[in-house]
Design a protein around this ligand. Structure first.
Ligand code: LIP
Length: 268
């Protein structure tokens, strides 16, 4: 068994346990624990509890691995491997009871920076629907046991495009203006509210492309690998790697047209 598949299997097991806790806490009623960058940027007590469960499992079963989590910060790696975790991605959806949130667990080699890391394994699990997307590097992408793949290039009816917005009101206004300039190539847009679910939607052919700026490493680590293992491309403009500045995910057949349209929209 390769290290990638070993890490993937452990991440799947942890994601299932973490997802069950998140779902149970949701059913019991969600309590906002704090706000972060602004009133809209919330963290719940469940976020913190779920991340603590994940971190304890990783520390117990992979001693020496690093940890980079949305709620508990960074822990240095002595093995070269780091777990990059969003315990509940789609926190606002979670707080409102919208069944579109996910436990996102990425496992990377090297610096836990999307511009530099080598992703080894990724799991995105939506406890509300039971869907679990996963990939081990070089072994394909799956929804449960079913292989998944990105779409071919969209036809003349246009592309189904997913995106998201930051919590800062001024930045959000600029992002909405860019989205408006993308509409000529869109059949419609989808704003799921969880980057990891946007990325797995690209991987499963549920949308044709996704882009967003302002994503943290834990928003993208797992889902980006799942897109790539599903035959998609993840990156930014001008051949750059995805980062907090910009992440784009699309099928190879749509990548040139989509990235050109986005570059034009951002430049105008
Ligand atoms: C969310 C991202 C989403 C973005 C939201 C938020 P969180 O992460 O997954 O793509 O549009 O503004 O950042 O805060 O729910 O973990």
């Amino acid at each position: 068994m390769t290290i990638e598949s070993t890490l993937s299997e452990l991440a799947i097991d942890i994601a299932r346990e973490a997802g069950e806790l998140a779902r149970r806490r949701r059913d019991e009623g969600v309590r906002i624990a704090a706000t972060k960058s602004g009133l809209a940027d919330i963290v719940t007590e469940a976020d913190r509890e779920v991340e603590a469960l994940i971190r304890a499992r990783v520390d117990a079963e992979r001693p020496g691995d690093g940890f980079l989590g949305e709620e508990s910060g960074a822990g240095e790696s002595t093995t070269g491997v780091t777990w990059v975790v969003d315990p509940i991605d789609g926190t606002v959806n979670y707080a409102y009871g919208i069944p579109a949130y996910a436990v996102s667990i990425g496992v990377v080699q090297g610096t836990p920076d999307p511009r530099e890391w080598t992703a080894l394994a990724g799991v995105v699990h939506n406890p509300a629907t039971g869907e679990l997307f996963h990939a081990a590097r070089g072994a394909g992408a799956f929804l449960g046991e079913r292989p998944i793949a990105v779409n071919a290039a969209p036809d003349a009816s246009g592309a189904l495009i997913a995106t998201g917005f930051g919590y800062d009101p001024e930045k959000r206004t600029r992002q909405l203006a860019v989205l408006g300039k993308m509409m000529p190539i869109a059949r419609d847009i989808r704003r799921m509210g969880a980057a990891s679910l946007d990325l797995t939607a690209v991987a499963a052919g549920r949308v044709d492309a996704y882009y967003e700026s302002g994503l943290w490493p834990w928003d993208q680590a797992a889902g980006a690998l799942i897109v790539e293992e599903a035959g998609g491309i993840v990156g930014a403009l001008d051949g750059e790697r995805a980062s907090r500045d910009l992440l784009i995910a699309a099928a190879p057949g749509f990548w040139p047209a989509f990235t050109q349209a986005l570059a034009d929209a951002l430049a105008s």
